[in-house]
Design a binder for this molecule. Structure first.
Ligand SMILES: C[S@@+](CC[C@H](N)C(=O)[O-])C[C@H]1O[C@@H](n2cnc3c(N)ncnc32)[C@H](O)[C@@H]1O
Length: 245
């Protein structure tokens, strides 16, 4: 490995006068988990679990959908509780007792759909995101309805998570009515108010080109990335995050 490509991490001593570098604590890490990937949710998600959730943990994926996140996670590695509104379990009203879950995974619809009955003309989109079939129980519309679901589901995740439990949230920013909405920032602010600590952020880049819109003039950059956000429940605990043993 060349000097310029040498990774740095705590315990790594790069002496100015020596070409010899010493690892004082621990082994060199060649297989680091990175903050951005372009090889899909199914490959990124297991890396996040590896870094944040101890094997054997109980994980509630409350918007399981087609289970894409779990395609590359060995089935015996975690105790997976998979639910979705399609099976009648609303992520805002989970069937778990308080403080019983180690990790919650939340990936609700993160784009608004057109109002009224317009979504009927967007069947494939609606089929995937199910924005309109969830009956979001709010008077909000469009982006605010998206945020309401994140907020209510975040509160419910807080209830079921044990102290220092982990919440992994998938989201994507969107432009709504020509206004830039940085959903990932809005979620961080909402979850801070609930009592979560924002600990990490992962970017997933799309490989295929996003669809062409009919806009005459481009105003904002077309988004070809989404996020996994990692939070933990501070609860009564203090101090910093530490990786699971
Ligand atoms: C973007 S998809 C999730 C994809 C999923 N992570 C996967 O790997 O296939 C959004 C999912 O949220 C579900 N959903 C929407 N509203 C919900 C709610 N209130 N409670 C639980 N699930 C909900 C939808 O049925 C859909 O499966």
């Amino acid at each position: 490995m060349t000097r310029s490509s040498q990774p740095t991490f705590p315990g790594f001593d790069r002496s100015q006068n020596s070409d010899k570098r010493q690892v004082k604590n621990g082994e060199p890490l060649n297989d680091l988990v990175l903050s951005a990937y372009s090889d899909g949710n199914d490959r990124t998600f297991p890396r996040i679990l590896r870094l944040y959730v101890a094997p054997g943990s109980t994980i509630a994926d409350v918007t399981y959908g087609k289970g894409v996140f779990w395609r590359r996670v060995p089935p015996d590695q975690y105790e997976l509780l998979a639910t979705d509104i399609q099976d009648g379990v609303d992520c805002r009203d989970l069937p778990y007792k308080d403080r019983t879950i180690d990790c919650v995974v939340l990936d609700p619809p993160y784009m608004h759909t057109p109002g009224g009955t317009a979504h009927k003309a967007h069947a494939p989109f609606e089929e995937h995101y199910r924005n309109n079939s969830t009956g979001n129980r709010t008077k909000s519309k469009y982006h605010d309805a998206v945020l309401d679901l994140y907020r209510d589901a975040g509160r419910e995740a807080y209830r079921v998570l044990r102290d220092r439990g982990v919440l992994i949230v998938k989201c994507q920013d969107e432009v709504c009515s020509n206004r830039q909405r940085f959903t990932h920032v809005e979620i961080m602010q909402m979850y801070d108010a609930i009592g979560f600590v924002a600990e990490d952020l992962f970017v997933v880049m799309r490989n295929n080109r996003p669809g062409v819109s009919r806009a005459i003039r481009q105003v904002h950059a077309r988004k070809n990335h989404s996020y996994f956000l990692v939070f933990w429940k501070r609860g009564k605990t203090k101090g910093l995050w530490d990786s699971p043993k």
